[in-house]
Design a protein around this ligand. Structure first.
Ligand SMILES: Nc1ncnc2c1ncn2[C@@H]1O[C@H](COP(=O)(O)OP(=O)(O)O)[C@@H](O)[C@H]1O
Ligand SMILES: [Mg+2]
Length: 259
C-alpha cells in the first residue's frame, strides 16, 4: 500500500484555560492525523472545544500538553487559513479588495495579488461581484467571499469553523455542494468543524466526534461513500445516528474538570 502523507499530526493534545484562578480543562488527550487531501469533519456539542482546537492549530492558543506537527507542503504558501461562521469582511472594501486582504503582507506585486484574488473569486463562483460592496451581498455570497479570501493565500490546509451554520437551509446545502466541488478542483486538505452531524456525514471522508468535559475524541468514523452523496440516504443516516450515539454515550464519571 502506498504510504499516505500526513498533512497534520496532533498528539496528546490537552488544553486547560486558567481564568480568575480557576482552571478549566477544555480538551484532553487528543490524537489525530489528517492525510493530505483528506476532508475531516470534527463534530461535537457546543462548548466541547471545537473552536479551541482550531485556535490551537492556527497557533492562536497554546496547548497545555501535546504537539501539533504540520508537514511542509511544497504546493502551498501558508500552512493554514481559517474560515469562520461569520464572513468578517471589511465593509469599507469592495469584494475584490477583501479577497486581496490576506495577500497584503506578501511581497507580490499588486497586479499579481489582484490576479490571485480574481482567480479565488472565480473558484467560488463570484467573478461578477468583484466590484460590489459587502453590504450588497447575501449571506451565502459573503461566505463565498470569506472562502475566496482563505483560498487566495494558498494554504496547505483549510480550516472551517461552522462556516455554513448561520445560513438558511437552501443556501447551506448549496454551499456544501460548492465546497465539494472546490475540494475536487483544488485537492485541499480540509478540517471542517460543525455541530450538524448530517452536514459532516454529507461532506467528509472521516468524522471525528468529540464529547465530554473536557472534550475527548469519542470516535473516528470513515465514510467510505463516493460523491455525489444523496442527502438523506439510508447509509448516511446510519452513520449520523452512530456518531450521535458516540457523542452522547455516557463517559466515565468525571467531576474534576474544574480543578
Ligand atoms: N479564552 C478562553 N478562556 C477561558 N475559557 C475559554 C476560552 N475560550 C474558550 N473557553 C471555554 O472552552 C470551552 C470550549 O469552547 P469552544 O472551543 O468555543 O467550544 P465549541 O467551539 O465546541 O462550541 C467552553 O467551555 C468555553 O467557555
Ligand atoms: Mg465553536
Amino acid at each position: 500500500m502506498e504510504a499516505v502523507t500526513p498533512a497534520i499530526r496532533i498528539e496528546g493534545l490537552s488544553l486547560t484555560f486558567t481564568q480568575d484562578g480557576r482552571r478549566t480543562e477544555v480538551l484532553r488527550g487528543l490524537d489525530l492525523t489528517v492525510a493530505r487531501g483528506e476532508f475531516v469533519a470534527i463534530v461535537g456539542a457546543s462548548g466541547v472545544g471545537k473552536s479551541t482546537l482550531l485556535r490551537v492549530l492556527m497557533d492562536l492558543a497554546k496547548p497545555t500538553t501535546g504537539t501539533v506537527e504540520l508537514s511542509p507542503d511544497p504546493d502551498a504558501e501558508r500552512p493554514l487559513a481559517l474560515v469562520f461562521q461569520d464572513a468578517r469582511l471589511l465593509p469599507w472594501r469592495r469584494v475584490l479588495s477583501n479577497v486581496m486582504f490576506g495577500l497584503e503582507k506578501s511581497s507580490l506585486p499588486k497586479a499579481e495579488r489582484e490576479r490571485r484574488a480574481m482567480q479565488a473569486l472565480g473558484l467560488v463562483g463570484l467573478s461578477e461581484l468583484a466590484q460590489r460592496w459587502p453590504h450588497q451581498l447575501s449571506g451565502g455570497q459573503r461566505q463565498r467571499v470569506a472562502l475566496a479570501r482563505a483560498l487566495a493565500v494558498r494554504p496547505a490546509i483549510l480550516l472551517m469553523d461552522e462556516p455554513f451554520s448561520a445560513l438558511d437551509i437552501a443556501t447551506r446545502e448549496n454551499l456544501q455542494d460548492e465546497l465539494i466541488r472546490i475540494r475536487r478542483e483544488t485537492h485541499k486538505t480540509i478540517i471542517f468543524v460543525t455541530h450538524d452531524i448530517d452536514e459532516a456525514t454529507y461532506l467528509a471522508d472521516r468524522i471525528v466526534a468529540l464529547g465530554g468535559k473536557p472534550g475527548e475524541v469519542r470516535s473516528v468514523r470513515t465514510i467510505d461513500l463516493p460523491h455525489p452523496r444523496r442527502r438523506g440516504a439510508l447509509a448516511l443516516q446510519e452513520i449520523s445516528m452512530a456518531v450521535k450515539a458516540d457523542i452522547t454515550a455516557d463517559a466515565p464519571a468525571r467531576d474534576d474538570w474544574v480543578i
